[in-house]
Design a protein around this ligand. Structure first.
Ligand SMILES: NC(=O)c1ccc[n+]([C@@H]2O[C@H](COP(=O)([O-])OP(=O)(O)OC[C@H]3O[C@@H](n4cnc5c(N)ncnc54)[C@H](O)[C@@H]3O)[C@@H](O)[C@H]2O)c1
Length: 251
């Protein structure tokens, strides 16, 4: 029996094989969960679902731009039609382009960043929560960042959206706790994924130095934290932000 046996989870932004969302999708599936992968990257999203099916799991890919409520509603409908309900939502997708200081950020770039990273998490939560209420249980896991806790040079819109996600998490925890729905956030530090600097990039060295463990994290290390928040072992944890940063924010 897996820790999340017969549960149904939606994981946004799980298309990249080297990414955090994909690691969460694979781990949840190993623990018995049916998984919907919601992403704008069709080829990558299908690849994630194929990997899950080859390992004997149940998975569905839904092309979803999380900033578009029509796409989000259809993704929820398709998940319920395929798997019968929804118990876990991982808001992992984010807009990570156009990272700039405020003066260089155009209004369009600001709007797109906030629309995907913050509004997207709101829309997915808004349309999934009624299904969780129907199921009588729910866990929402919002992937923020240490950039939601401290400032990053040149990341005005991203840090604003990631800070907003922490407040959204608390609001959801307060508003739906009585319906047995928990909402928590994870703040990863530097995790080596497809979008991360490579070892020959000076930024890579800087990231190593910023952690007290002296290394970068692996997507699986975030996935195990998400698994804890998704399952019964964390049943009294809500409104929390778990920092998974190798000690980046300790000093
Ligand atoms: N890698 C890190 O060091 C790090 C650190 C802190 C936080 N995070 C957060 O972890 C999450 C995953 O990041 P990652 O490093 O695995 O990168 P990633 O590129 O693998 O994940 C982002 C995914 O979001 C998808 N996406 C982008 N816009 C979308 C949209 N409008 N609708 C649906 N999907 C969309 C992308 O296609 C991609 O699959 C992000 O929220 C990121 O901010 C990452």
């Amino acid at each position: 029996m897996g820790r999340l046996q017969d549960r149904v989870a939606i994981i946004t932004g799980a298309a990249s094989a080297a990414g955090i969302g994909c690691a969460i999708a694979l781990l949840f599936s190993e623990e018995g969960t049916a998984v919907t992968v919601a992403d704008i990257d069709d080829a990558g999203g299908r690849h994630t679902t194929e990997m899950i099916r080859k390992r004997g799991g149940r998975a569905l890919f839904c092309h979803t731009d999380i900033s578009d409520s029509k796409d989000v509603k259809e993704m929820v409908r398709a998940t319920v039609a395929s798997f019968g309900g929804i118990h876990v939502l991982v808001n992992n997708a984010a807009h990570m382009k156009d990272t700039k200081p405020a003066l260089e950020t155009t209004e369009e770039e600001w709007n797109r960043s906030l629309a995907v990273t913050l509004k997207g998490a709101f829309l997915c939560s808004k349309h999934v929560i009624p299904e969780m209420i129907r199921a009588g249980v729910g866990s929402i896991i919002n992937i923020s960042s240490v950039g939601g806790l401290v400032g990053f040079e040149g990341y005005a819109a991203y840090c604003s959206a990631k800070g907003g996600i922490l407040q959204l998490t608390k609001s959801l925890a307060i508003d739906y706790g009585r319906q047995n729905i928990r909402a928590n956030a994870i703040c990863p530090g530097p995790i080596q994924t497809g979008i991360s600097p490579r070892p020959d990039d000076p930024l890579y060295q800087y990231q190593l130095e910023m952690t007290v463990l002296g290394r970068k994290g692996k997507p699986q290390e975030v996935a195990y934290t998400a698994l804890f928040l998704a399952c019964e072992e964390s049943s009294f944890v809500t409104g929390a932000s778990l920092v998974v940063d190798g000690g980046w924010t300790v000093r």
